[in-house]
Design a protein around this ligand. Structure first.
Ligand code: SF4
Length: 354
């Protein structure tokens, strides 16, 4: 860690043990590490200056060796339905988006896990952005903290829920997402049950996750229980057939006893048939699950159109008849491209559109 060469490390890349070792190596007591850790991960400090229970000499020592990389809310838009979309600038100049979704009783943060996405869901605006890199735990943590502050400011309450449903596939950034969840539950004193990891469905990673017996919720973007249709709209899924996905979800339930939520968009001419409905019912019956039907928002490509309301109703009735819990969710923030599948770094400055 040669401070003299100017190559400072991001202090939030260090775990507590490494930080303790740093202090010991510099003839300081190791409990200083715990104090610094608290500043970083419970109080969200973005400078050493504010760490007032450390001596000036200790703060200078930290400053000589480390930086605290942090995000900045670059641009922001508010929807007529109060949804807030943020363009978040990372320390290296790249951008991701995070959305705050308020309802009467809840404030939900929708956060990104990667810059762009390596998957290729044809209905998703993010898929048009090349995956640049994974987000670090601190970058995910900072998004949540920024949205928590916004929720307190605009709606006078802290965040109630967090969903990993922004840009990227969270299970393709497994280690950093897990680490961020730990820091978030600690920093916000939030129950992990209020956190949902939403994946496009990567069986091996779902099993790996299940083995850790996490306390958060798992959602899978299913969108079709018909192999051929799913392969067309989510081409990466040709590598993971529906049966293998199902087995991984059964394994998840066996390990965690937590129901899976299937996220489901319905499009005209794609999955609006009776066969599609029957396939979903049959699939969902094979694993303890709920289905969340989400209203689709067209992206610029215009190839997909939302299904008619009658079709949504038919899906709902069929699932209810099979005793599968189903919710129909109106998409939020449509007017500012903040809805599901619309995040594509298109934000304009606040003054231009609000
Ligand atoms: S839907 Fe999710 S996994 Fe699929 S391309 Fe978009 S961000 Fe990636």
């Amino acid at each position: 860690m040669p401070a003299e060469t100017g190559a400072k490390r991001d202090i939030r890349a260090l775990d507590l043990e490494s930080l303790r070792a740093f202090f010991l190596a510099h003839d300081q007591q190791s409990f200083r590490a715990d104090q610094v850790y608290q500043w970083l991960w419970q109080k969200g400090a973005h400078s050493f200056e504010v760490m007032t229970n450390l001596s000036k000499a200790t703060r200078e020592l930290l400053d000589a060796y480390f930086v605290i990389n942090h995000i900045a809310v670059d641009r922001q838009q508010r929807s007529t339905d109060q949804t807030v979309k943020n363009a978040i600038r990372l320390h290296d100049g790249l951008t991701v988006e995070s959305v705050l979704i308020p309802t009467e009783t809840r404030s939900t943060a929708c956060v990104s896990s990667q810059v762009g996405c390596s998957l290729d869901c044809t209905f998703c605006a993010t898929s048009q952005l090349k995956r640049m890199r994974n987000l670090n735990p601190d970058e995910i943590y900072d998004q949540v903290m920024a949205l928590d502050s916004q929720s307190r400011l605009y709606f006078d309450r802290p965040l109630s829920n967090i969903v990993f449903m922004g840009m990227g596939e969270p299970l393709m950034n497994y280690k950093n997402v897990m680490s961020a969840v730990d820091k978030i539950t600690e920093g916000l004193a939030m129950s992990p049950k209020r956190i949902t990891i939403s994946t496009s469905g990567i069986p091996k990673m779902i099993e790996k996750l299940a083995d850790e017996n996490p306390k958060f919720q798992l959602a899978v973007s299913l969108h079709s229980a018909q192999e051929k249709v799913r392969n067309e709209i989510m081409p990466f899924s040709t590598s993971f057939d529906l049966e293998t996905l199902l087995k991984s979800l059964q394994y998840w339930y066996h390990k965690t006893r937590s129901k899976v939520t299937f996220e489901y968009l319905i499009w005209k001419g794609i999955n609006d048939t009776q066969e599609a409905i029957d396939a979903l019912v049959a699939y969902a019956k094979k694993v303890p699950s709920k289905v969340n039907i989400i209203e689709y928002n067209p992206t610029d490509s215009g190839d997909f159109q939302a299904a008619d309301q009658q079709v949504i109703e038919r899906y709902k009735q069929a699932l209810e008849r099979a005793k599968i819990t189903v919710t129909v969710r109106r998409s939020r923030g449509k007017d500012i491209d903040a809805a599901c599948g619309q995040l594509a770094n298109k934000l304009v400055p606040l003054d231009d559109k609000n």
